[in-house]
Design a protein around this ligand. Structure first.
Ligand SMILES: NC(=O)c1ccc[n+]([C@@H]2O[C@H](COP(=O)([O-])OP(=O)(O)OC[C@H]3O[C@@H](n4cnc5c(N)ncnc54)[C@H](OP(=O)(O)O)[C@@H]3O)[C@@H](O)[C@H]2O)c1
Length: 238
């Protein structure tokens, strides 16, 4: 069997350990780091994520093929983009104003697009962000299980997307490719699948419905703008 990618999970709070546990169960070598000394997470790692290696973030990333960002978005600016250069980075973070504070750039668009612009030397994929950490672990199912859930994946680099899809599949989810990073907005808080574990057909339906609704709203907006322009033209001629 081909050797599996080495995974570094940055973040040892709620989400990080769950992703680490699932990845270890799937056979991946996993390191995990918080923001500081690995000694601080050594005991909890031994108890909660046996077989994961606690490391300093820089050491974990240096050895990894895939880096999962499971840190609060407001802590993301502390990360040195150079550290992540050349890596496949899975952005599992969400913009959560209650804890991240209001950041206008995130209010207006896709958080992973902003993350990706800062990590210009990395291949960023948005995934593993739309399911709560409890459910992510409890609802993981092997291929073929009728109630297997779907994980949405969005990214601009096809190789990185394929590797992320393979990871999602191995840890117990149907990978559903949504398109480029921009399409990952559907996975964010407020999006149609956020906070839900849906089967693949349910997931695809929810995303399609949302996309149709967005098109409807765009058409209505353009119509309203066109009508306004016509009214103004008529007024200027009268
Ligand atoms: N909780 C969920 O169910 C869930 C589900 C999907 C997505 N998410 C997203 O995942 C992210 C993490 O959520 P969480 O609930 O797991 O947060 P959390 O419980 O607050 O844990 C945050 C972890 O990130 C670590 N960290 C902060 N800055 C770091 C850095 N520069 N390098 C390495 N580690 C760093 C912290 O380490 P220190 O203790 O050393 O500061 C802590 O271990 C958020 O963006 C959240 O929106 C969460």
């Amino acid at each position: 069997m081909a050797e599996l990618s080495k995974i570094a999970v940055l973040g040892a709070g709620h989400l990080g350990p769950v992703i680490a546990r699932l990845a270890i169960k799937a056979g991946y070598p996993v390191t995990i780091a918080a923001s500081g000394d690995p000694e601080d997470i050594a005991l909890i790692t031994e108890l909660m994520i046996p077989r994961a290696q606690p490391r300093w973030a820089a050491g974990a990333v240096a050895d990894a093929d895939i880096v999962v960002l499971a840190i609060p978005l407001h802590r993301f600016p502390d990360l040195d983009p150079g550290l992540l250069s050349g890596k496949l980075v899975i952005d599992a973070m969400n913009y959560w104003p209650a804890s991240d504070g209001v950041v206008q750039a995130f209010e207006d668009g896709g958080s992973s697009e902003i993350v990706s612009r800062r990590l210009a030397g990395s291949a960023v994929v948005k995934a593993l962000n739309h399911i709560g950490y409890h459910e992510l672990e409890d609802r993981a199912r092997p291929a073929g299980a009728p109630d297997r859930g779907a994980v949405g994946i969005a990214g601009d680099d096809p190789v990185a997307v394929a590797a992320t899809a393979a990871l999602a599949d191995r840890i117990g989810y149907h990978p559903v490719r949504l398109g480029g990073l921009r399409a990952g907005r559907a996975l964010q808080p407020g999006g149609p699948v956020f906070g839900l574990v849906l089967t693949r057909p349910e997931f695809e339906r929810a995303v399609r419905e949302e996309a149709k609704q967005a098109v409807r709203e765009e058409i209505l907006r353009e119509q309203a703008m066109g009508e306004k322009a016509l009214r103004e033209e008529a007024r200027s001629l009268s």
